[in-house]
Design a protein around this ligand. Structure first.
Ligand SMILES: [Fe+2]
Length: 231
């Protein structure tokens, strides 16, 4: 698996065209389904220990993440949405009340690919080069960045995600609820840490902040994150 967060079939369909075909051409709903593929986990379940246990990784990837893909395929089977890449499915379903179940599952399917991919072992343990400079410029230093990231994660009420994003030439920290993600808002996801309880409760119980801090300190492959930064 590469560090790219771009997935799935690449269809040259504009989002406007997608929305038009979904709602204006019922005949397209009879198209054969093309399954959204659940990417393989790019390391063993035990690779993130001791920060995240093999038990948690196994459940999180094998049940939760797999379930989002299974639901997405069920919800889009035979529709024009099944013709899209995963990114396009997220964008096409965002903000449309009738497609909220599709967005929930497409969003979570995509969010977790961002999540697993940023933990590929072997990269630098701290940001380097341009990304390091941007973090220092935005937050002051790496320690302050981590503290603010943990604070952002703690501010998410209930289930959701804490994100480091890039938009309008700057870095941002964002806490988003449930399946919501930067992609749906036209922003670039650099780091996404899952703060749904299934991500940490078996290992950290209710200590969300401790979990997020440990992930930032020990699991982030900063080369993967730097590759996500637009040039
Ligand atoms: Fe999750």
């Amino acid at each position: 698996m590469t560090s790219s967060i771009t997935l799935g079939r690449r269809r040259m369909l504009s989002l406007a065209a997608v929305s038009a075909t979904v709602f204006a051409a019922p005949a397209l709903w009879t198209r054969p389904a093309r399954a959204f593929d659940h990417p393989a986990l790019p390391y063993d379940d035990s690779a993130l220990e001791p920060v995240i246990s093999a038990h948690t990784v196994g459940l999180h990837y094998g049940r939760h993440h797999a379930g989002y893909f299974r639901n997405l395929n069920r919800l889009t089977e035979g529709t024009a949405l099944a013709e899209l890449s995963l990114e396009e499915a997220v964008q096409a379903s965002s903000g449309i009340p009738s497609l909220q179940p599709v967005f929930n599952n497409a969003g979570q399917a995509w969010n977790h690919v961002v999540y697993w991919d940023q933990f590929v072992p072997g990269g630098p343990s701290a940001p380097e080069g341009r990304l390091a400079g941007m973090i220092d410029e935005t937050f002051g230093d790496l320690e302050t960045f981590k503290e603010q990231f943990v604070s952002t994660a703690g501010s998410v009420f209930g289930s959701g995600w804490a994100w480091l994003t890039y938009h309008a030439g700057q870095l941002w920290l964002e806490g988003l609820r449930n399946a919501d993600n930067p992609l749906a808002h036209g922003r670039t996801a650099l780091i996404g840490i899952d703060v749904w309880e299934h991500a940490y409760y078996l290992d950290y119980e209710n200590r969300r902040g401790e979990h997020v801090r440990a992930v930032l300190d020990s699991l982030i492959n900063w080369s993967v994150v730097a590759d996500r930064l637009p040039s």
